[in-house]
Structures are given as structure tokens and as C-alpha cells.
Ligand binder design. Sequence first.
Ligand code: 1HE
Length: 268
Amino acid sequence: MSSPSDQVPSLPSSLAAERHGAVAILRLNRPEKRNALDDETIIGIETFFTSLPEGIGAVLLAGVGEHFSAGLDLSELQERDVKQGIAHSGLWHRAFGKIQFGKVPVVAVLHGAVVGGGLELAAAAHVRVAERSAYYALPEGSRGIYVGGGGSVRLPRLIGVARMMDMMLTGRTYSAEEGQAFGLSTYLVEPSKGFAKGLELATRIAGNAPLTNFAVMQALPRIAEMDPASGYAMEALMSSIAQADAEAKARLKDFLEKRAPKVTRDPS
Ligand code: 1HE
């Protein structure tokens, strides 16, 4: 097993990278601080996602220890003026943008606290697997601050403005089951089963035609924001580009010549 960290020399010790076939695994690795996200870690996340080696088809993002992430490292909150505050938020936006609109799909495995900036990080992934230990909160309100890692943009699209307002105004915590019910996760698994489930999904995703993964990551969320007429036009273009690719032709031939698997029910 070679390691992408060999090719990404500047990852801080708060991040650990390894490779599992076509899946690159990135672990938040600062359990003594509950994977609180300091500037060094955010820059490391950006470095990791911009330096993925050839042959990687998906990323699995997880946390070491009892929690996914306690969010922003509050010990780093200094007296920032407005300009510095905007730059700090911009750093998070850039790093998490490299996740959402990066090279390959990202599966996040959530457990324990998924709070504040940790929830913003999770929201930038494409598929979320929650263990039953996961819980979600946006304690920014009680800390006198505001989300700064893209939460205002991504979270309402996942859970709605009203639910996010409630989380921020009241500091309420949602359970893994509640998060699953309203779309924070799309897989709910027993404690300690998340990593295996996430790796299974990431491996499957890495086996898709790259152009399809590109379309799902880059075109789908943008089409969803468009007016319907523009969306239909963009969809027609994207689907015609995908189907004209040699990979699509080969996969369709495999199905028609009975070499490809049929669509079956997932075991429940
Ligand atoms: C931290 C942080 C942190 C823990 N920054 N150091 N996020 C929060 O408001 C969440 C704050 N954290 C907590 O509520 C709890 O730590 C947890 C529920 C996540 C975990 O509890 P627990 O009992 O397992 O751990 P602990 O004893 O509270 O913390 C262990 C250590 O981690 C301790 O340090 P130590 O030196 O005393 O051992 C904690 O101080 C440290 N620690 N969380 C710094 N967040 C881009 S804007 C995003 C805005 C936000 O994310 S706001 C939400 C911030």
C-alpha cells in the first residue's frame, strides 16, 4: 500500500493520509483536541485535495478518536479585525471548495461530535455515512461567533434554512437518527462500522466512469441552482458529453453483451 502522503509532503501532524487502492484516505488526527480545526489543518486539507496523485478515484474522510471534529480551534480565535476575519473565512471557503468541487467524490464518515466547523467540513463532502454515535450542533451562537466555513451556503441546502436557524439560535443538538431522517447523512450504521461502510462506498464510487463522477460533482449541484430551462440545456449537454465518451460506450457494450452486473436491491 503506497501512501499519498509520500507525495503530499507538507501535511501537518493533525492530518494522516494513506492510500487504499484507488481510494485516498484522509483522517483528522488530533484526537487530544477532538480534531479541532486550526489554520494549519485547514491549509493541510487544501493541500491534500489539490495534490491527489494520479489513479485516485475517491476520497474517504474520517476522524481519529471519539469525535469527527469539534469545529474551529477556539484557542486560535484572536482579536481579528474585519479584514483578517474575512481572510480567515476565505481560507476555509477555499479549502472546503477544493473538497466539494475538487477532482474526485468524497465520502465522509461521521461519529461523535460533528459540530460547528466540523459540520461545515462534513457538508462539503458528497456522501455522508453517520455512525449512531454522531451528533450535530452549531454552537457558534453560544460562542458569540458565526459560521465561516461555508455553512450558510451548504447547510440550508441540506437541511433547510429553518432548521439551521433553530440550531444556531437555540444551540440544540441533533442525534444521528434525526440527522439521517432529514438528510445530514444518507447512511446510518452501528458504532465503529462507519469506516468499513465508507470505504466500500468510496471504492464503488472510484470504479465509476470518471466523466460521470465529474458530471455528478460539477454539473449536478450547479444545475440544481439554475432556472429549469437553463438546467435542461446544461443537462442535455452533459449527458451527450458523457455518453460520447469511450468509457460509456465500453460499459454499455458490456451490459448488452451480458458482462455487466444487473441492478439489484441492496441487502438491508
Ligand atoms: C478544543 C475544542 C475546540 C475541544 N477548540 N480546543 N466548537 C465548539 O464550540 C465545541 C467545543 N468542544 C466541545 O464542546 C467538547 O470538547 C466536545 C463535545 C467536542 C468533546 O468533549 P470531550 O469531553 O470529549 O472533550 P473536552 O475535554 O471538552 O476537550 C478535550 C480537549 O480538547 C480540551 O483541551 P485540554 O487542553 O483541556 O485537554 C479542549 O479544550 C479541547 N477542545 N474542542 C479548541 N473547538 C469557520 S467558523 C466555525 C466556527 C465553529 O466551529 S464554532 C464551534 C466551536
